[in-house]
Design a protein around this ligand. Structure first.
Ligand SMILES: Nc1nc2c(c(=O)[nH]1)N[C@H]1C(S)=C(S)[C@@H](COP(=O)(O)OP(=O)(O)OC[C@H]3O[C@@H](n4cnc5c(=O)[nH]c(N)nc54)[C@H](O)[C@@H]3O)O[C@H]1N2
Ligand SMILES: Nc1nc2c(c(=O)[nH]1)N[C@H]1C(S)=C(S)[C@@H](COP(=O)(O)OP(=O)(O)OC[C@H]3O[C@@H](n4cnc5c(=O)[nH]c(N)nc54)[C@H](O)[C@@H]3O)O[C@H]1N2
Ligand code: SF4
Ligand SMILES: [Mo]
Length: 729
């Protein structure tokens, strides 16, 4: 068979990096970054580089399996694909007959190649109860807030001859999390070229040397900080009059709202001195070009939607919209696969659980999503109607959803669970049927890149045949539809992918572009057009796709749905300010998340070269906080909230805001096969979080950051208890 080198795209995270993958005799023998890769130019993160250990991992699921013991026991028997499909079809048909298809919940994981296909599958079979963990908790607040405010979700621009002079980095760390994609390399290049940062984060992380301002915000109070900064920009007359007068709607109303948040008030709430808030706001307002990366930290509170809007407004009122080096409009060069929304029909659509969170679930949204807490409540109580089955696809919700133990109780009693994954995860252990899926090296897909600007299409291809009997998720959905007698709307994946190139084919030079051509070149890119709104206005079209045709500081869409049309501050429901009654018992602030370079969410703990880089779960805290509880760097500690207790290893650093404990997320221990659910409840911070109301009115978001906790030393646990064999800390 010989040796072939493919240009393909890694898509382990939300982004894509172009890799050169060497295949010999049908096996991947080498993976290296493509020096000419359009965005990554010779760089990849360790997850991509070490993917040989992923594809050929001895624990890869290789065959469909059915459960033979109690849920969680790990007792499974290998079955054929036909038998697996028969079992699934029989269960779904029965549930549809008895309860209606809405009783089947489809749970997608975070957005990777399969995301649009799970939504398409849900529509094809006729359930409105599709969701992904990120829909309310990550990225969608930014997308939908962008949509109601600008008519699109703006993104950072690194692609012109103008380097952003200042970047706001708000509740994210693009050097690790990749700005939700491969654009981490663009971000790093911008820093090298001199971009200076204003960072908003409770922890003075590795970006500190690049930051002119490092605003250490009390977790969960970003809304107050943004409003305080807007106060300075508006009332010190630092805003861009030309942009505001010509292109913004509702400035006076915003000014009246912002009047309520002088920096002194913001300072009291978010624990940053008023003078620093003012000074940072002046710095941003006086820069020639300002861009922004913002992350899921601001989306992990029940005021996610208005927080995102307030932060976006800093860029809007300073006129940093759609110019080179600012916050720009997408080129949308890649069409989404059709989601078959018409297959769902109005009757089923109206049954979507959590419909009143219109920005999440509203019928007018692409990827309209059910509200996870409402679906789980229906699973538990049968109200407003029963939800009996769960189809998990690329979702390890026992780790990722809030209140893991309650999630376990909720799922344990379902009639039927199916799980599509590459590995036997804690969530998969609940499944009645497990379907083995392809890794990025075994599946064809297209990614719009870089996340948000979307001016390039990166081509991921199956460079080797699947290991074992694994199948691509897309193929599984198509075959399941055939089995169920539902219309999948396409004959194969190539047909869907080729159709996605229609928009590319409208650009000069790409009229005859084909999927095969893209497979050879690896990617295709079009030039970014700046100030698209002006071009639209010149053509007599709406400049911005909003009701007023302008950037809606006062949102008429929100008003129409009965939500506050203007941003406001809301204290998180569990915080020292909203729950002073709890401060005696839980005196510290808990924040969770903070991405790890070597892992993607709960993945990769079983990949030796990756686990080595962060072998144990770490909780970061300030030396004063540690000293108060007799804790030293490297000690194991217990972290406890009203929901439960976990243990992590203390990382003591004065970079962390005093009084805050930041727990790494995603932890389970694939090597601990003897432990129930692979130790999913030992170190996973979602044992500590809550899925209880109140939720963000627009999005339905629950609180994952800025909760209340207490800590103490854990003398029982030793590193060896959680180190996989052969590793040292
Ligand atoms: N390597 C890697 N990359 C990833 C992922 C991964 O697991 N690994 N996950 C992907 C996913 S799904 C997502 S959503 C993104 C997330 O990536 P980001 O959006 O970057 O989010 P995090 O890394 O979780 O947190 C970023 C920062 O938020 C700070 N923080 C904590 N609480 C608060 C708060 O209340 N306010 C503010 N302003 N800051 C706070 C933390 O200290 C941390 O530095 O990354 C994606 N990329
Ligand atoms: N406390 C706390 N909780 C959080 C967060 C936080 O910051 N703090 N972050 C939240 C966020 S932003 C997100 S996005 C969610 C993420 O939650 P999830 O998306 O559920 O993330 P994972 O736990 O990594 O689960 C993904 C699963 O998909 C599997 N997988 C990988 N590739 C494929 C594929 O191609 N096909 C299929 N079928 N499976 C595949 C992996 O093996 C893994 O088991 O977690 C949320 N939970
Ligand atoms: S940044 Fe994302 S796409 Fe790039 S190599 Fe890492 S995991 Fe793959
Ligand atoms: Mo996410």
């Amino acid at each position: 068979m010989g040796k072939t080198v493919y240009h393909t795209a890694c898509h382990i995270c939300h982004g894509s990096c172009i890799a050169q993958v060497t295949v010999e005799d049908g096996r991947v023998t080498g993976i290296r970054p493509d020096p000419d890769g359009i965005m990554n130019t010779g760089r990849m993160c360790p997850k991509g580089i070490f993917s040989k250990e992923l594809i050929y991992h001895p624990d890869r699921l290789l065959h469909p399996m059915k459960r033979t013991g109690p849920r969680g026991s790990g007792q499974y028997a290998q079955i054929s694909w036909d038998e697996a499909y028969d079992i699934i079809a029989e269960n779904l048909r029965r549930i549809e007959r008895e309860y209606g298809m809405e009783a089947v919940a489809i749970a997608q994981g975070t957005g990777r190649h399969h995301l649009p296909y799970t939504a398409r599958f849900a529509n094809a079979i006729g359930t409105p109860n599709w969701f992904e963990p990120g829909s309310a908790q990550c990225f969608f607040p930014r997308i939908h807030s962008g949509a109601v405010t600008f008519g699109y979700a703006p993104a950072a621009d690194y692609y012109s001859d103008v380097n952003p002079q200042v970047m706001l980095v708000w509740g994210c760390n693009p050097s690790v999390s990749g700005a939700d994609g491969e654009s981490r390399y663009c971000f790093l290049d911008a820093l090298k070229k001199g971009t200076r940062l204003v960072v908003v984060d409770p922890c003075r992380n590795n970006l500190e040397p690049y930051a002119d301002y490092f605003l250490q915000v009390r977790p969960g109070t970003d809304d107050a900080l943004a409003l305080g900064m807007l106060h300075t920009i508006i009332f010190e007359d630092l805003y861009d009059h030309v942009f505001v007068e010509n292109w913004c709607f509702g400035f006076e109303a915003l000014r009246d709202r912002v009047r309520e948040y002088p920096p002194e008030r913001a300072a009291e709430i978010c624990c940053i001195p008023a003078e620093e808030i003012r000074s940072a706001a002046r710095h941003v307002a006086s820069a020639d070009t300002v861009s922004m990366e913002y992350g899921c930290a601001i989306e992990h509170t029940p005021n996610s939607f208005q927080t995102v809007r307030a932060i976006q407004f800093i860029l809007a009122v300073t006129g940093n919209i759609d110019k080179k080096g600012t916050f720009i409009e997408s080129m949308h060069v890649l069409d989404e696969p059709e989601l078959l929304e018409d297959h769902l029909g109005d009757v089923q659509r109206a049954k979507r659980l959590g419909e009143h969170h219109k920005m999440l679930a509203g019928a007018h949204k692409p990827f309209s999503s059910a509200h996870i807490p409402t679906v789980f409540e229906a699973m538990r109580t049968g109200k407003p109607y029963p939800v009996k089955a769960l189809m998990l696809c690329g979702n390890n919700g026992l780790i990722g959803f809030a209140n893991s133990k309650k999630t376990l109780e909720t799922w344990k009693n379902l009639d039927f669970i199916c799980c599509q994954d590459m590995f036997l995860t804690p969530s998969a252990l609940l499944a009645d049927v497990i379907l083995p899926v392809c890794s990025w090296l075994e599946v064809d897909s297209l990614t719009a890149s870089p996340g948000g600007a979307d001016h390039a299409i990166l081509c991921q291809q199956a460079v080797v045949p699947p290991v074992g009997e694994c199948k691509p998720d897309e193929v599984i959905f198509q075959e399941l539809c055939e089995k169920l007698g539902k219309d999948w709307g396409a004959k194969d994946l190539d047909e869907i992918l080729d159709k996605r190139l229609d928009r590319l084919r409208t650009f000069p030079g790409y009229e005859d572009y084909t999927l095969d051509k893209l497979r050879q070149t690896g990617w295709a890119a079009v030039p970014i057009q700046y100030e698209q709104y002006k071009a639209r206005a010149a053509r007599g079209e709406k400049a911005f796709q909003t009701p007023s045709g302008k950037v809606e500081l006062y949102s008429q869409i929100l008003e129409q749905f009965g939500f506050d049309p203007l941003p406001f501050y809301a204290e998180p429901p569990e915080s020292p300010v909203s729950r002073p009654d709890l401060t005696g018992e839980y005196p510290l602030i808990l924040t969770t998340g903070t991405r790890i370079n070597a892992f993607f969410l709960s993945e990769h703990r079983q990949i030796p070269s990756l686990r080595k880089q962060n072998p144990l779960p770490l909780a970061t805290l300030h030396p004063d906080t540690a000293a108060q509880y007799g804790i030293r760097d490297g000690d194991w500690i217990f972290i406890e909230t009203p929901r439960g207790r976990i243990t992590q290893k203390a990382k003591v650093t004065d970079k962390m805001m005093p009084g805050v404990v930041n727990c790494q997320m995603g932890w389970w221990f694939p090597e601990q096969t003897e432990k129930p659910f692979f130790g999913a409840f030992d170190c996973n911070p979602n044992v500590l979080t809550s899925m209880d109301p109140p939720f963000d009115p627009c999005m339905g978001t629950y609180q994952l950051r800025g909760l209340m906790c207490r800590i103490c030393p854990n003398p029982e646990t030793k590193d060896e208890d959680y180190l996989p064999g052969g590793h040292s800390a």
